[in-house]
Design a protein around this ligand. Structure first.
Ligand SMILES: *[C@@H]1O[C@H](CO)[C@@H](O)[C@H](O)[C@H]1NC(C)=O
Ligand SMILES: *[C@@H]1O[C@H](CO)[C@@H](O)[C@H](O)[C@H]1NC(C)=O
Ligand SMILES: *[C@@H]1O[C@H](CO)[C@@H](O)[C@H](O)[C@H]1NC(C)=O
Ligand SMILES: *[C@@H]1O[C@H](CO)[C@@H](O)[C@H](O)[C@H]1NC(C)=O
Length: 436
């Protein structure tokens, strides 16, 4: 992906510079007309403590493992209030289902975060007050089971993605990481009581230690040598891996980016008839990986610095109208104020049409088709395991063809012999059938 952007810069360098200069002047006069927010859930308990974890007893985590805590609810309540301020011009005070929609991954903590967020965003007012005892109203949050979710959870099966990810891990770059981090993996394996042999497995322990630190638990002595610094670097990198190449980004986060850009395209198309769509705000409640994947797919994650997106961090993708032109601006709000991102090849205010060009390679055309693994697409030299299984398959086909040919030859020979003997028999018969 990086390479593509470099190419872009080379080809359109001058153009981009001009564009950026123009935009910087103009956009303050623009009008915000739509926004999409992708956020991480709030404070949670560890998903899975490691075997030697002194805090692995559930008594330390009264809400259960991997669950949203009261702190997490509060973080999203605050974020909801903040979003209301920022997007007040897009969405009425009174809840109107046509104006906005919320989608969450199908996990307790993301669903609960979305609900907490909405309690800050939509305090009931006027006729919406339905019960004087509670300053809250129900707002729908939509979801689909993770296995079917190719949009937000991005957990629907995609064999080409899995294959490409494996290929990445076998690449020279990642083999070098393995080599570099081997001593650390060994140290963590010995001390955590769990096999640590990948970036992801380091991330899992990092995340657990980080939570325990937030909860003011004293971490074991052995962690001092590796936590947070050494583990942070690996953990951060693990968040970049899932969208490390153009194809990985396209299959993992492409559907979500595509949906957002198409919402905007539809919106700008329909602004002429005016009555087409009233929806101005889309909220997506998801995970650290979702936030990191989006940042990386947009090509800005490395520049920000690979890291674990904190609780309730958000990517804000905003559509701004200036006369008859439409621009996209992207902000990243970690836990403080949002920072405006400089999109590679398009700057801090990217014309909507240019978004489709700049991100062409990460927008899938037909995701289901692109996820289908075909034997012929696979190069043979990926790795021993896969090559072996491929060799097995091709070998099997070759053997079958060979056996088939032999059978055919034998059959032909026999048929010919039968034919000859039949002829003999016939001729003999001809002699014997004298009474005929
Ligand atoms: C941890 O300690 C800090 C400093 O004393 C305190 O502000 C914070 O609330 C504590 N966190 C928790 C979860 O108890
Ligand atoms: C955009 O509009 C078209 C035509 O109405 C519709 O088929 C499509 O689903 C819309 N796309 C999105 C992302 O809403
Ligand atoms: C938009 O409004 C026009 C005029 O009232 C109407 O003819 C048209 O069907 C409307 N379009 C939609 C999609 O509602
Ligand atoms: C949030 O971003 C700011 C500015 O980029 C940075 O200084 C700060 O450390 C970040 N906070 C977290 C929790 O990541």
């Amino acid at each position: 992906m990086i390479r593509v952007y470099k190419l872009f810069n080379l080809l359109f360098g001058v153009f981009v510079v001009n564009l950026t200069l123009c935009d910087a002047v103009d956009l303050n006069e623009g009008k915000l007309i739509a926004a999409s927010v992708i956020f991480r859930h709030g404070d949670r308990t560890p998903v899975e403590p490691y075997p030697t974890d002194p805090y692995k007893d559930p008594k330390f985590w009264p809400v259960g493992f991997g669950q949203l805590t009261n702190t997490g609810k509060q973080q999203h309540f605050e974020l909801g209030k903040w979003l209301r301020q920022r997007y007040n011009s897009l969405v009425s005070d009174k809840y109107n289902p046509d104006e906005m929609i919320v989608r969450s991954t199908d996990m307790d903590r993301t669903l609960m975060s979305a609900l907490s967020d909405l309690s800050g965003f939509y305090p009931p007012k006027g006729v919406d007050v339905w019960n004087e005892e509670i300053a809250w109203q129900p707002i729908p949050v939509h979801t689909v089971p993770e296995k079917l979710d190719d949009l937000l959870a991005a957990k629907k099966s995609c064999p080409v993605y899995d294959y490409e990810l494996k290929k990445l891990y076998k690449s020279a770059e990642f083999k070098a990481y393995d080599k570099k981090y081997k001593p650390l993996y060994k140290y963590l394996t010995e001390n955590s009581g769990k096999k640590v042999d990948s970036l992801q497995s380091v991330q899992n322990i990092f995340s657990c230690l980080h939570i325990e630190e937030i909860y003011n638990f004293t971490l074991p002595e052995w962690t001092k040598a590796v936590y947070p610094k050494k583990m942070f670097e690996i953990s951060g990198l693990s968040f970049a891996v899932k969208t490390y190449t153009t194809q990985l980004a396209r299959l993992k986060t492409g559907p979500l980016l595509k949906e957002i850009l198409h919402h905007y395209k539809n919106k700008t198309d329909s602004l002429t008839p005016k009555n087409e769509t009233k929806r101005n705000l889309w909220i997506y409640s998801a995970h650290d990986t979702t936030v990191a994947n989006m940042l990386n797919t947009l090509g800005v994650f490395k520049a920000i610095g690979y890291h674990n997106p904190p609780y309730a961090s958000s990517v804000l993708i905003e559509l701004i109208q200036l006369q008859d032109n439409y621009y996209v601006q992207v902000y990243y709000k970690n836990s403080t104020e949002p920072i405006l991102l400089d999109l590679p090849g398009c700057g801090t205010a990217c014309p909507l049409n240019r978004m489709f060009e700049v991100y062409k390679d990460v927008l899938p055309v037909n995701w289901d088709e692109e996820c289908t693994l075909s034997l012929l697409q696979m190069p043979l030299d990926i790795n021993v395991e896969e090559s072996l299984s491929l060799v097995t398959i091709f070998g099997f086909i070759a053997v079958m063809l060979f056996v088939g040919m032999i059978v055919l030859i034998i059959a032909t020979v026999y048929k010919r012999r039968d034919y000859l003997s039949e002829q003999k028999w016939n001729s003999l018969n001809n002699d014997s059938f004298i009474w005929n």
